[in-house]
Write a protein that binds this ligand. Structure first.
Ligand code: NAI
Ligand SMILES: Nc1nc(O)c(N)c(N[C@@H]2O[C@H](COP(=O)(O)O)[C@@H](O)[C@H]2O)n1
Length: 289
């Protein structure tokens, strides 16, 4: 067995399919993963895509993709990188048992371009049919033209081969009006991650690998920091970060953790599990507690 595969099997949770959220609803296990430079950047100036991972850790990422039912990115990454999110690097002889993962895009306003690689790969048989999660009607402006535009976008995407799922946006249910207005303003166009995970489980997704980008990483780290009762597992189970021995500089794109105004405000509790050298890169895996 390849050493990257062994590493992953030792750090990823076994897929029992019995994970539940705070309200007892079934949800998939979540792995958050990305590659960063020594100075904590995930992309170059103005978001330019950087190949940070060397061949060994990139192969590990493809093995990781093969061990998850779905690979999720935000629309920012899709527009910027035009990613494929499939399993290409595993040697042909070992690929027979690999089930291609489902590409999933968080895309509140259905901006996914119909000429993207995800759709091209699907039509060429090189990837699964992509799913877009968009904002449900109640999160969208309530005007006739906005309604018509939503229907038109959905129809364009579906005709191009996308499966569109509607879920609510972050709306501050259960908080006071002031906080609610703050949340709606701050997270405009952000989909509710608890609703996303439930919907994914309903669609037979038992494990999801979240690849980024910066905004999505912050959202999932924030979810991992949410207070919960002791029996409920964290929303994000595993964090696997590839650290490349390179510096990008202050103009590169980093990711943020937590919120100002409190030492541990929004910073999830994390415990180290294993570190492995893969070629030039260091791959660090840990769990949230
Ligand atoms: N080094 C690495 O491993 C990776 C680097 N990247 C880089 O990240 C950059 C893209 O990052 P971003 O622009 O921040 O885009 P992103 O991929 O994080 O997408 C963010 C967008 O997704 C939508 N969204 C809907 N619901 C959301 C939610 N609950 N939470 C967060 N976003 C939600 C919003 O429109 C939001 O603006 C690119 O430069 C790309 O190259 C992306 C993935 C991995
Ligand atoms: N593991 C890893 N290392 C890097 O150096 C990266 N830039 C990324 N980026 C992620 O992979 C997506 C591209 O995937 P495809 O090769 O097109 O399948 C990119 O959009 C990021 O999500 N990851």
């Amino acid at each position: 067995m390849s050493s990257a595969r062994q590493f992953l099997l030792s750090v990823l949770p076994s897929q029992t399919g019995d994970k539940t959220d705070e309200d007892g609803a079934r949800v998939p296990s979540v792995t958050l993963t990305f590659a960063q430079s020594l100075d904590g950047k995930i992309a170059g100036v103005a978001g330019r895509q950087l190949i940070l991972s060397g061949s060994e850790s990139m192969l590990m990422t493809h093995w990781m993709r093969s061990m998850h039912d779905a690979i999720l990115v935000g629309i920012g990454t899709t527009l910027n990188d035009d990613p494929q999110l499939n399993v290409r690097l595993i040697p042909e002889t070992l690929r027979q048992d690999v089930r291609p993962p489902r590409p999933v895009v968080l895309d509140a306003y259905m901006r996914l371009p119909t000429n993207c690689k995800l759709l091209k790969n699907y039509s060429d048989g090189k990837g699964q049919q992509p799913w877009v999660f968009c904002a449900s009607q109640e999160c969208s402006p309530d005007s006739e033209s906005a309604h018509a535009e939503r229907i038109a976008r959905r129809s364009t995407l579906e005709t191009a081969g996308v499966v569109v799922h509607e879920i609510p946006c972050i709306n501050g249910t259960g908080v006071c009006l002031f906080q609610k207005l703050f949340l709606i303003f701050r997270y405009i166009g952000f989909l509710s991650i608890p609703h996303l995970l439930r919907k994914l489980y309903e669609q037979d997704i038992r494990s999801v690998m979240v690849e980024g980008g910066a905004t999505v990483i912050k959202s999932f780290l924030n979810q991992a920091s949410q207070p919960r009762n002791t029996e409920t597992p964290p929303v994000v189970d595993t964090l696997i970060v590839t650290v490349a021995p390179t510096l990008v500089g202050d103009d590169g794109v980093g990711y943020k953790v937590g919120f100002p105004g409190g030492e541990l405000n929004g910073i999830p509790k994390f415990t180290h599990v294993r570190t492995e050298l893969m070629g030039k890169d260091t791959v660090i895996a840990g769990k949230f507690i």
